[in-house]
Design a protein around this ligand. Structure first.
Ligand SMILES: [Mg+2]
Length: 339
């Protein structure tokens, strides 16, 4: 197993709960397996995965282990590192089988494309509406608007402006844990009036009961931070969500994402696959994980633009609000040498 660090400049700074980052740092993992080469990626992001140093040390330990099972067994507490090793081996498995990665997971049914949403950040009502209109003009029929930075009344004003500018778009909002229960109840009334389809993580990640109580008010409730912090089973056991956001880097690999998506769906909960602003290998693997779970509603996979540079040409670019699923062998990312 070979482990190589990478650093890629972000198009604009990304603010997390921990700090503000200007580059995305991670690791490429290469394995020789079943007579072929497989490549995986770890893109650690504190809040969602272990930190960079923990990931680096975990990969160093795993590279000393003998074989796949030995390596994976060391990575239970390092989901980004596990993502890289798992993806590298699955990429090799699929290449050896001669099938695209999603068909390695899901069998014979071919999937052409995955619908994806655009994401619009916090801005004034006019700027928010203009950004949504731009996304709709670019072919997106689902847009997610970040809320919760401003007072609820201002967010409602923003969404009203969006509705006037884009009457037909499927609208989602992501509050990233911003609201108290009473604010969330008022928010859902307003969101239902504006035909918002889904609200993501309105309450604190720990408040599963609060999320459960918000369901059935005309707006679907999705959990994201709760799933990363407490796991899918806690969310399902609490009946806390209509949909769950599944981030392969936070879950520990595309294999775990496919498993989680199947378990969610079996419980009547819709999976939504997203990235954590990863480089091309992990983003493409997330597309394959989504394809293995298809059909899905719009996924948060249109994140390549967050990076100012990348590790290889993108085999899965967004076109008119959809990503065509790569149909080559394995993950389908061309190597820099042009394999
Ligand atoms: Mg979210």
């Amino acid at each position: 197993m070979k482990v190589e660090p990478y650093a890629l400049a972000l198009e604009s700074p990304l603010t997390t709960a921990h700090d503000t980052i200007t580059e995305r740092r991670g690791f490429l993992v290469t394995v020789e397996h079943a007579g072929v080469t497989g490549i995986g990626e770890a893109a650690p992001l504190p809040d969602w995965t272990e930190d960079y140093e923990t990931c680096r040390d975990a990969l160093a330990d795993a590279s000393e282990a003998s074989g796949r099972a030995g390596a994976l067994s060391l990575l239970a507490d390092a989901p980004a590192a596990r993502h890289a090793v798992s993806l590298a081996y699955r990429d090799a498995d699929a290449r050896a089988q001669g099938v695209p990665l999603y068909r390695h997971f899901a069998g014979d049914d071919a999937v052409d494309a995955i619908p994806v949403n655009a994401t619009v950040g916090d801005a004034s009502p006019a700027a928010t509406a203009a950004a949504v209109r731009e996304a709709v003009d670019a072919g997106f029929d689902c847009v997610k608007v970040k809320v919760g930075v401003r007072r609820l009344e201002v967010d409602v004003e923003r969404l009203r402006a969006v509705r006037e500018a884009a009457p037909d778009v499927t609208l989602r909002v992501d509050a990233n844990e911003a609201w108290e229960r009473s604010t969330a109840r008022r928010a859902l009334e307003a969101l239902a009036d504006l035909d918002v389809a889904l609200v993501e993580q309105p309450l604190a990640a720990s408040d599963l009961a609060g999320h459960a109580a918000l369901r059935g008010r005309g707006v679907d409730v999705a959990l994201d931070e709760s799933v990363a912090a407490y796991g899918l089973d806690a969310a399902l056991d609490a009946d806390a969500a209509d949909a769950v956001v599944l981030k392969p880097m936070a879950l520990g690999g595309p294999d775990r994402t496919v498993d989680a998506g199947r378990r969610a769906r079996a419980a009547g909960v819709s999976p939504i696959v997203t990235t954590t602003f990863d480089a091309v290998h992990a983003r493409t693997a997330a597309v394959h994980a989504a394809a293995a779970l298809a059909p899905l509603s719009a996924c948060g996979l249109a994140t390549a633009d967050a990076l100012a540079e990348d590790l290889a040409p993108d085999p899965a670019p967004v076109e008119r609000g959809r990503i065509a699923v790569p149909q080559g062998k394995g993950n389908g990312v061309p190597t820099p040498l042009g394999e």
